[in-house]
Design a protein around this ligand. Structure first.
Ligand code: MN
Length: 348
């Protein structure tokens, strides 16, 4: 069974006027989003996306045993819902037209099987540090990545390319979004690092690896990597989320869970938790941790979530319906005319 310890840090950088990055960290859900769009719309897109995912993850959870999203398909559905939320928000408010956000991170889907799903839309990244080797799990949906794939430029050239900010996929830009899903089995000692491009544009792999080796605590690593990006220029917002996974014996774990459950005071005392228990109330977005009671968490987001889903569905249906109305009317009229003619002919 998986046990996770996480750390997270976000910073505006040295030149930007707003921080359009967002992250969410709850037990079993670790995401980074990098918003884009004028007039602070990027902030709305990234914050709305991680908030929607958090609701989707928490409200479907069984308080005793199961995380909220159990399969890659359910993860994809939750991301589709976030996409709809941002897309509809942009339809509602012309000042937010065209806003969008990248999204990458990890969802623990089956802790008892050590199963997680890494997701990606855009050019934020999820890395895996396993057995002393550094892997980039995600592949950027960016213009420079296509140039790298074609052999036109090297990855090192991509980092400083003048078109490195062109993203080919993002949440909220269109009515539908295509998400990359990477189902993985976690191994003991795995360390995942999620980050916005504000880190990778400033720090190369060797610098990042050096910090991974030096920093034992996930929180220290997240803060050090943000510091590194700022030291190297800090031209963009920087966000880093780090998760360390341990594999623990199941029987021991169940016993420990029971102990924790029997002692209400034990909750929230430590950032290390076993994910198969209810997602702990320790959760945070980029602003501040918002502890909530068990009942509040299970009722409030549910209704908000349901309202969002209904509103989103209605809005899209009405938008689609409106666009198709003239064509539908013409077809209906033709069918009516043909029916009348056939009736007249057959009555002769
Ligand atoms: Mn960025």
């Amino acid at each position: 069974m998986i046990r996770a310890t996480h750390g997270a840090c976000t910073h505006i950088g040295r030149f930007r006027r707003d921080n359009e990055d967002a992250f969410v960290v709850v037990d079993g859900l670790y995401m980074v989003a990098d918003g884009m769009g004028g007039h602070s719309a990027g902030e709305v897109a990234s914050a709305l996306t991680v908030a929607t995912l958090k609701d989707a993850y928490l409200i479907h959870a069984d308080p005793n045993t199961k995380p909220g999203l159990r399969t890659p398909e359910q993860v994809a559905e939750a991301i589709a819902l976030a996409n709809t939320a941002v897309f509809v928000e942009a339809l509602d408010d012309p000042s937010k037209s065209g806003m969008g956000t990248t999204l990458t991170g990890i969802v623990v889907t089956e802790p008892e099987k050590n199963a997680v799903v890494v997701v990606n839309v855009g050019d934020s990244r999820t890395y895996l540090w396993r057995n002393g080797e550094f892997h980039q799990v995600t592949k950027d949906h960016s213009h420079v990545q296509t140039l790298v794939d074609r052999g036109a430029i090297t990855p090192a050239e991509a980092r400083v390319h003048y078109q490195r900010n062109i993203v080919l996929r993002a949440i909220g830009i269109d009515a539908e979004v295509h998400v990359d899903l990477f189902p993985l089995t976690v191994e003991n000692g795995d360390r995942f690092i999620m980050c916005s491009d504000g880190l990778v544009d400033e720090a190369d792999d060797d610098e990042i690896i050096n910090e991974i080796r030096l920093q034992e605590r996930p929180q220290d690593l997240a803060e050090r990597l943000v510091q590194l990006a700022n030291d190297n220029g800090g031209r963009d917002n920087i966000t880093v989320v780090v998760v360390d996974f341990e594999i623990v014996a199941t029987e021991t774990d169940i016993a420990k869970n029971n102990d924790v459950a029997a002692d209400p005071g034990a909750e929230n005392t430590h950032s290390t938790t076993t994910i198969a228990t209810a997602p702990s109330t320790e959760s945070s977005t980029q602003s501040s941790p918002k502890p909530s009671t068990q009942s509040a968490r299970r009722t409030l987001p549910t209704s908000a979530f349901a309202r969002l889903r209904v509103a989103a569905t209605t809005k899209i249906n009405s938008a689609v319906h409106h666009r198709r109305a003239p064509a539908v009317a013409i077809v209906a009229a033709l069918v009516a005319v043909i029916t009348v003619i056939v009736a007249i002919i057959s009555s002769l």
